[in-house]
Design a protein around this ligand. Structure first.
Ligand SMILES: Nc1ncnc2c1ncn2[C@@H]1O[C@H](COP(=O)(O)OP(=O)(O)OP(=O)(O)O)[C@@H](O)[C@H]1O
Length: 264
């Protein structure tokens, strides 16, 4: 079905061409957002240049060169999937969980159900109080919250707890004398599943130089799975939050409560 919009010389542009360009542009933008700051972006740019050169050489009729580049770009697609395996995994995971969340909230709204993020108030209050206390005393802390991501393959080690969320427990875990204070506390479906866990550290080069291992670990795990990470800096007492590979620093009390409600 052709719906001609306009002509530029011999080029006929129809509605589907516009959709085509729009979708490709959107996908490239999402890909750029995903790879921004990682070394994978340089590899991706290299592959795009290779593909564009192939197109140019082919258009110029330089058969030998374009057939060599054709083999490279063909192989390139498979090697891209291998090289970008963590990014592809992250992209699909984020896509899947966001779609599921949107679908759930659509049905909840339609059936007049309460927003599930509002049920968490009691636990949110416990964590909020604990974080404010830890921030006041400049005690370093790192908490990973997840509802439906499976952290087993990404988060390693730690001591299993399977405990209720409570102000006292969180403050005690991160107390400097506690044997569990090193590493991260993991909260799965509103229960503390383990403490002292080790997270993958982000290699994002755009993070500020002042960001140390605790913050990098929070960003690192949020790059790989759908989690919200809350951090208290031992150095400054500031509270930060990492999600989807992005770090939001210096949270106020209101913003902290908002994010806890959304991610617990
Ligand atoms: N991979 C990791 N997984 C979990 N926790 C980690 C990891 N790496 C470091 N940490 C925690 O971070 C602490 C070190 O923090 P570091 O001072 O390097 O980070 P920072 O981001 O500068 O934080 P702060 O502002 O609190 O100093 C370690 O003692 C440990 O508890």
């Amino acid at each position: 079905m052709q719906c001609l919009l306009f002509k530029i010389g011999f080029l006929q542009v129809d509605v589907w061409d516009l959709f085509d360009i729009l979708i490709v542009g959107l996908l490239l933008y999402q890909l750029y957002q995903l790879l921004k700051g990682s070394i994978a972006l340089n590899i991706f740019v290299g592959m795009v240049l290779l593909f564009l050169s192939y197109q140019v050489f082919q258009a110029l009729g330089m058969d030998l060169l374009s057939s060599i580049l054709f083999q490279f770009t063909n192989l390139g697609f498979i090697s891209l999937i291998i090289i970008f395996q963590p990014e592809v995994r992250r992209f699909l995971l984020l896509l899947g969980t966001n779609t599921l969340r949107q679908r759930d909230s659509f049905w909840s709204r339609l059936l007049g159900k309460e927003d599930p993020t509002l049920d968490a108030t009691e636990e949110v209050e416990e964590i909020r109080r604990a974080f404010l206390r830890l921030a006041r005393s400049k005690t370093g802390a790192l908490i990973v919250c997840t509802r439906d991501a499976d952290p087993e393959t990404i988060i390693s080690g730690g001591t299993p707890l399977n405990a209720n969320i409570s102000y006292g427990l969180i403050v005690s875990i991160f107390h400097k004398e506690s044997p569990l204070h090193d590493g991260a506390v993991v909260i799965e479906n509103r229960r503390i599943s383990r403490a002292s866990a080790i997270l993958p550290v982000s290699e994002n080069t755009t993070l500020p130089k002042s960001v140390g291992l605790r913050h990098r670990a929070a960003v690192g795990v949020s790059e790989k799975i759908d989690v919200g990470c809350f951090i208290v800096s031992e150095e400054t007492g500031k509270i930060s939050f990492a999600h989807g590979g992005h770090l939001e620093r210096g949270l106020g009390e209101k913003r902290l409560t908002e994010l806890l409600n959304a991610y617990l």
